[in-house]
Design a protein. Structure first.
Length: 619
């Protein structure tokens, strides 16, 4: 990205051969000194980014160590002061603040921006457009590595920090926007510099400068596709996003092809990281395509149950896999959450594109078996067996994740490790309850079902005259088990629904992943999110909650919206201080904000250990 043209005018050739040689020597010395200086600053940039990563790694493993020490009979009292300090810190950092998912998120972004500003403006001639353009070009290159690293599906951060790729996507977007802004500044400043010297036409006629222009427009297409197209036409967004990125990286290589300047080395590193991730994913799909197939079963209200014959290793409920069904889409894979492991099952809500065609095929051919393959599993979440009480909260299709986690717990629970499970699920329509009929039956009939408390809510179910149904409008940023699912799963809001976006079909091997549930929206889409919110003041009594016996699901169903905040506070307050509570939720963004804030406020130094996990695309 960074040009090698001097930002300082040198002497002309009119002074004769000796003057020309002297000027050339000065230019070489200037470029050599500038190269040494910029490499030093980029090492500082790398150190700063590694430092941010180290903070997360150290914090994650320190917390794990503290939890083990706290539960130790001998070392528990010694670790108590440190545990109290970390809890008070989390009480503040987990809370949502305007414009960010949490205060911790805001601090991280602030630190990232500060590092970029420091590297961009430290020890540089701010009066020289050429010098500033050169610096911005190098910082753009450094951010390109960050963008690629945060986009990797097979990221080492899932082990080092327990943050899987879908939870890093918001940082990928921030880094991408930062890189684009720096690139625009780099191009604008160098253009102004060359124009001031009267060399603009001749300089931009050179092939390496033309390659830089191509790279600029390619990255502009990447950003345009991400900001605009993905909201309306995901298929076109994905093709443009990936193809423009490839063109941009190649063009950067031709823009600065000299290995001596180190720019080409960095570019090759970024390309190699991206290609390696793609090769790993393609190899998995190829490996698991042998003798593999799925069976499709249509469900009411646009649902489809997908049963996979051969699952990848380490697959367990709560994680998600990318499924490839060539009969539906030849060149696309789509992520869905596993909610049963033997056999592996997924539940998909029909919207547009792939999920719509999948449901239509299931309706036309119920019980059909199709050739398929899978890539995964992906996703990270706290091990529920490390907690004494687990509160699972879902809205609509977000139950794909919470049912998966509930099945995970029941499969592993025994008499020596009893767990107290609180399962809360709200949907709009009664028909949606039948999607997980087998799982609901298992929660009722399992040997450990006395330890499971199931609360079901239907906000638009017909009820008696004393308990009128709640029919308020819903917002559109819900989790579901398909792309573009705008159902809020019973957590209605006062905001009007957004128009459904185009489905996140991939033209290669990525697709839909939800913000709220990894069973639906594409991870790389980061679907439209409304912030009008779930009414945090609404209680069950305000919504005239009634109880209706529903024989089909085997559990009593309440009408209206649950008072989620009160349920969380009650679950934590009834837990002894020596135990731990996990609050895991999946659903519309307003619900996620409510769960995050409520859980953060109940984290106390003298109470039980409380952990919150939001299966929410972005953070």
């Amino acid at each position: 990205m960074a040009g090698t043209t001097s930002s300082t005018p040198t002497g002309g050739a009119s002074g004769g051969h000796g003057a020309s040689s002297s000027s050339h020597s000065k230019d070489q010395a200037f470029f050599a000194a500038r190269q040494i200086a910029i490499e030093k600053h980029m090492r500082y940039f790398a150190a700063g980014m590694c430092g941010l990563l180290a903070v997360f790694v150290v914090y994650h493993w320190t917390r794990r160590l503290c939890v083990k020490l706290e539960r130790s009979k001998t070392l528990g009292p010694v670790s108590r002061p440190f545990v109290a300090g970390t809890r008070l810190t989390r009480n503040l950092l987990v809370r949502k603040i305007p414009g960010f998912k949490s205060a911790g998120h805001a601090l991280l972004v602030a630190a990232y921006v500060a590092i970029n500003l420091a590297i961009s403006f430290t020890n540089v001639d701010a009066k020289s457009m050429g010098a500033l353009g050169h610096r911005f070009g190098w910082v753009t290159l450094g951010n390109m590595i960050i963008v690629v690293f945060l986009a990797l599906k097979n990221t080492p951060l899932s082990f080092l920090t327990a943050y899987s790729y879908e939870r890093l996507n918001c940082l990928h977007q921030i880094a991408g926007c930062t890189m684009f802004i720096l690139m625009v500044l780099h191009a604008a400043l160098y253009t102004a510099y060359f124009n001031g010297q009267g060399r603009l036409v001749s300089i931009y006629a050179e092939y390496d400068r033309i390659a830089g222009i191509v790279a600029g427009f390619a990255f502009l297409s990447v950003v345009f596709a991400a900001v605009v197209l993905r909201r309306y036409w995901y298929e076109l967004f994905y093709v443009m996003h990936i193809s423009s990125w490839i063109i941009g990286v190649i063009a950067v290589g031709f823009h600065q092809p000299d290995f001596g300047h180190k720019i080409l080395i960095v570019t090759i590193l970024a390309a190699a990281m991206w290609a390696t991730d793609r090769i790993i994913r393609a190899a998995r799909v190829l490996y698991y395509s042998a003798n593999n197939e799925v069976t499709l079963h249509p469900l009411p209200d646009g649902g489809t149950k997908v049963v996979l014959k051969k699952a990848p290793a380490l697959t367990k409920p709560g994680k998600h896999c990318f499924i490839w069904i060539p009969a539906i889409r030849k060149f696309e894979t789509h992520p869905f959450t596993v909610h049963r492991s033997e056999p592996v099952e997924f539940t998909v809500k029909a919207r547009d594109g792939f999920t719509r065609d999948l449901h239509q095929y299931a309706l036309a051919h119920p019980g059909a078996t199709l050739r398929a393959s899978v890539d995964g599993p992906y996703g990270t979440f706290p091990d529920p067996m490390e907690f004494d009480k687990i509160v699972l909260i879902a809205g609509g299709g977000g139950a794909t994740f919470t049912f998966g986690l509930a099945m995970n717990i029941l499969e592993r629970m025994d008499e020596s490790t009893p767990k107290n499970v609180v399962f809360i699920w709200a949907v709009k329509k009664h028909e949606n309850l039948s999607w997980f009929r087998e799982q609901l039956d298992l929660l009722r009939t399992h040997a450990h079902s006395p330890n499971v408390n199931v609360d079901l809510y239907v906000t638009r179910a017909p009820i008696s005259s004393t308990s009128p149904a709640d029919s308020s409008s819903s917002s559109s940023s819900s989790s579901s088990s398909s792309s573009n699912n705008n159902d809020n799963g019973g957590f209605d809001t006062d905001s009007p629904p957004l128009s459904p976006t185009k489905e996140e079909d991939n033209a290669t091997d990525d697709a839909e992943k939800p913000r709220a549930a990894p069973s639906s929206r594409d991870i790389e889409k980061d679907p439209i999110e409304t912030h009008s919110g779930y009414d945090t003041t609404t209680t069950s009594s305000n919504n005239q909650v009634g109880v209706v016996a529903v024989e089909e699901v085997g559990h009593p169903v309440q009408t209206g919206r649950p008072d989620v905040a009160a349920l969380i506070r009650g679950a934590v307050s009834t837990t002894p201080a020596t135990q731990r509570v996990l609050v895991a939720a999946c659903g519309p963004s307003a619900l996620m904000d409510l769960v995050r804030d409520t859980t953060a406020r109940v984290i106390s130094a003298d109470g039980p250990g409380v952990e919150v996990h939001l299966e929410q695309f972005g953070w």
